[in-house]
Ligand binder design. Sequence first.
Ligand code: CA
Length: 242
Amino acid sequence: MRHLPRILVVEDEPSIAELIAVNLRHNGFAPTVVFDGVAAQREMDAVLPDAILLDWMLPGESGATLARRWRKAERTRSVPILMLTARSDESDKVQGLDAGADDYITKPFSTQELLARIRAVLRRRSPEISSDSVQVGELALNVATHRATYRGAELRLGPTEFKLLHYLMKHAERVHTRGTLLDKIWGDHVYIEERTVDVHVKRLRESLGEAAAMVETVRGAGYRLSGMGMAARSADPDSAQA
Ligand code: CA
């Protein structure tokens, strides 16, 4: 199951924000609504969205200021920004695009137009994103942004745990011996005891929290990452205690 595209909506007018959120939700997106730049930045720090709908006129920092900052920072650079603006002046549109917006839409806009524009920015960005990202169940990892998330919440992983998780996700549902993992993660030119793998798997499970059970120990063989058990568990909440 692929995750729904997450859209961060930064809009200070509650009625417009609500209208956008309802429409996004009905059309297969997962919107998060915030009303100003401070809350928007907090959201960006927590979970990177797949695209941002950014109002131009906001209390505090303007949409243009936020767009410029996100374009400058390496972590947020490639998140598509769609600027919402009440202005229809050509010079304002140019300023919006100069600030780093991928596209703009002038209020009032139709829902169909808004959805079409969002799909367009996601399509334009997705080739590079999809080649760098892996998804197993609700676990997602992106090499380009060096981020891993479970149910949308960012996981804190050390560099080795990140590589280990990436490898296990790319080859999910398959059993890997400790020797194979050593080769693939550490490289075969270094001598490391196989026990080292166990130590890092233990750390990885700790970082995975709720998703720890996805990393299965296959007795006498090695390790396997599986999304199947988790899918079954989340489909049937009663079996979670089993
Ligand atoms: Ca506004």
